[in-house]
Design a protein around this ligand. Structure first.
Ligand code: GLV
Length: 287
């Protein structure tokens, strides 16, 4: 980026005088040192951690990554989790360990209605991908969306009906004061029997104790979880020890270096030309 001076922040050194910072979970100290910042590029899609920081002055523009190769990774993750349960792959692994030729009856995509909570760039890609594989897919969002092959449910009032037709629930909502704890006993108990939960949003979307109990009671059949209240997931957490729960370490969609650099460099160039950029967070909305 000729014309730009780029440096790595040094908390020990003098302020760099930067206008723009690229951050992921920055320390509060950054904002005391770098008082000239006007724009923060978050090196991830979710900006919940930044919005919890009172040290970031209100005039600073916060920009999230927009897809940047993350949406397709989320779609892969959700598809993997869905095929694993809907095609009984775990059972075939178990059968192989017993050298057993298990000719169990297959299920049909129609037996696995999918619900995607959140239809932003990521949710849209997830919903379209699973619909392409022939699964009945619905999406839930704040306002109605017109997506071919995906049934749209919108707003708080439509949530119970959305859940009641869903067996495989994928959460890709942003974490906001409205969505904290949205996956709880009351909502999860509305799902179809034999339900499976995929959480690739944030740990705080899920009331973890509710899920632990519902798995125990057989109210929920299984879960594939990438995000947790405490990360790394503590060693004694029940999720590690439950065969119905598949744990991954917040890797569902990694920030891709080249795609992110290209996106942010393009937006910095737009800002320098005085143009509007997309992906600017509306703080009052929380994403
Ligand atoms: C990762 O969690 C992200 O928000 O991109």
């Amino acid at each position: 980026m000729p014309g730009c001076r780029i440096s790595v922040w040094d908390p020990e050194g003098p302020p760099s005088g930067a206008d723009v910072a690229l951050v992921w979970r920055p320390p509060a100290e950054l904002f005391k040192h770098e008082t000239g910042l006007t724009t923060l590029f978050n090196l991830g899609a979710g900006v919940d951690a930044l919005l919890k920081m009172p040290e970031i002055p209100p005039h600073v523009r916060i920009v999230r990554l927009e897809d940047a190769g993350m949406a397709v990774q989320m779609a892969e993750y959700a598809l993997y989790a869905l095929l694993r349960v809907s095609r009984d792959f775990q059972a075939f692994d178990d059968a192989q360990s017993r050298q057993h030729w298990d000719t169990r009856e297959g299920t049909r995509p129609a037996d696995w209605p999918v619900g995607v909570l959140g239809l932003g760039q990521v949710g849209l890609r997830v919903a379209q991908t699973l619909a392409d594989f022939g699964y009945p897919v619905a999406g839930w969002s704040r306002s109605p969306r017109d997506i071919p092959g995906v049934e749209s449910f919108a707003g708080e009032a439509a949530l119970p009906a959305f859940l009641a037709r869903t067996r495989f629930l994928v959460n890709v909502l942003p974490l906001t004061p409205d969505t904290i704890g949205v996956l709880n006993r009351e909502t999860l108990s509305r799902l179809l029997p034999g339900a499976h939960l995929v959480n690739v949003g944030r740990g705080e979307h899920l009331v973890e104790d509710d899920l632990v109990q519902m798995l125990e009671e057989g109210e929920i059949a299984g879960a594939t979880l990438d995000v947790f209240h405490t990360e790394p997931l503590p060693r004694d957490h029940p999720f590690w020890h439950d065969a119905r729960v598949h744990v991954t370490p917040h890797i569902a969609a990694r920030t891709l270096r080249d795609e992110s650099i290209a996106q942010i460099a393009g937006k910095v160039a737009q800002l320098l030309r005085g143009e509007e950029i997309s992906g600017v967070v509306e703080r009052s909305r929380g994403y």
